[in-house]
Write a protein that binds this ligand. Structure first.
Ligand code: GLA
Length: 392
């Protein structure tokens, strides 16, 4: 096997330095660490960088496996999906999740929310304020004038209690206390990650409250279907089954309108590459600095995909199923090359994308959007599956 010096210099050595002893410790996974020419054989990260005690709670890296040899790594630090190894068109295992190699490295890129469970309210709440049952609530504004992804200390930083119930299922629980980050009600949350035998990552969310509150839980995984660290996602093709989307102002708060995508760069009814129209002089793309918008899904059920994305190099296709009414397509516009990721690559502009299944942004202030209110006695229950396959 040929290992190029150039590759070692560019990728492996920085990875060793930055992922805390990544090269001195045995791998947590049985996957071999072989390389062919300049392409690494993807592997699960070393678990050492995930073994910490934070606020008196232990963090770990949990490994899920299915019958086909697919593997996922999840940490209870923020409930983050760290890695997912699925086969490409040649059968080679490819890590389709962009992320960091240790908790310390995740903390350095905190504002990107890599792989994390997001709450109490995924996406933005305008002016960090909302009124519920006649009472006004004020939140921490961590995104210009608005609150993003739960505020200062969102669930992406919570240490979740974790229980691996079998080789393919991890249950995470977290009690989000009354008035944590300004949200009312003790919210009891359960998130179940399952690596299914048809190469899907299924995420089931459940929650219950003791006071009226607002809830919008999602997962903020960054995907690169050509493989983490393999470069641009602009040639991925995207199809989103949404006739409408929610346009936003310059601070990314919905205007309240539900507009048709037809005739705009937001029309993904037929597969289009991400890059085809991303630089169009369209006010919405200018506001989002690219795609960073909520699509109003035509159907949301577990029988039909709501979006299909394909990697141009690997042939890996991701089909998304969700019970949620919306999906935030974010094209990695704020990725700024300042941090080092799992494979020694930088978090370069638009080298990964997110598809956050959700209720619409700012729903607590938008009477014409589906409600995100949860009352005592009700059960919050949503489900999303990211399924991976290749054309044979
Ligand atoms: C969400 C937001 C984006 C950006 C990313 C994280 O997807 O909509 O604007 O903040 O999170 O960088």
């Amino acid at each position: 096997m040929k290992v190029q010096l150039k590759y070692l210099m560019a990728t492996v050595l920085p990875a060793c330095i930055l992922t805390l002893n990544a090269c001195n410790h045995p791998q947590s996974s049985t996957t071999q660490t072989t390389m062919t020419d300049s392409v690494p054989t993807y592997k699960l990260p070393d678990s050492t960088g995930f073994e910490q005690t934070i606020d008196g709670k232990k963090t770990h890296l949990y490994i899920l496996k299915n019958k086909n040899g697919a593997e996922a790594a999840i940490t209870n630090f923020g409930g983050r999906l760290v890695s997912l190894l699925v086969p490409d068109k040649t059968g080679k295992m490819v890590d389709v999740i962009e992320g960091a190699g240790s908790i310390d490295d995740y903390k350095k890129v905190a504002s990107a929310y890599f792989g994390a469970i997001i709450g109490r309210y995924g996406n933005r709440i305008g002016k960090g304020q909302f009124t519920l049952e006649g009472k006004e609530y004020n939140l921490f504004k961590n995104n210009g004038p608005n609150t993003l992804h739960g505020g200062k200390f969102g669930y992406d930083h919570a240490i979740w209690d974790a229980k691996q119930v079998d080789s393919s299922t991890l249950i995470l629980t977290y009690l989000s206390k009354d008035m944590e980050e300004g949200f009312p009600g003790n919210l009891d949350i359960k998130v179940t990650y399952q690596l299914t035998d048809d190469n899907g990552v299924k995420i089931d969310y459940e929650a219950a409250t003791d006071k009226p509150t607002v809830v919008n839980l999602t997962n903020h995984s960054y995907f690169n279907l050509n493989g983490a660290g393999s470069g641009t996602i602009l040639n991925h093709s995207v199809q989103i089954f949404a006739d409408n989307y929610t346009p936003v102002d310059s601070t990314l708060i919905p205007t309240g309108k539900i507009d048709p995508v037809k005739g705009t760069p937001f029309d993904f009814a037929k597969p289009e590459t991400i890059g085809a129209r991303i630089e169009d002089k369209d006010q919405q793309l200018i506001n989002g600095k690219g795609y960073d918008h909520n699509f109003v899904l035509n159907q949301h059920a577990d029988t039909v995909p709501v979006a299909i994305i394909k990697g141009d190099k690997t042939g890996i296709e991701m089909d998304i199923y969700t019970s949620e009414p919306g999906i935030q397509f974010y094209s990695g516009n704020f990725m700024d090359s300042k941090n080092t990721m799992k494979y020694g690559n930088k978090n370069d502009h638009r080298t990964a994308f997110a598809m956050e299944t959700q209720h619409f942004p700012d729903s607590p202030n938008q009477p014409n959007f589906p409600s995100t209110e949860l009352k005592p006695g009700q059960v919050y229950k949503t489900s999303t599956e990211y399924k991976f396959k290749v054309d044979k």
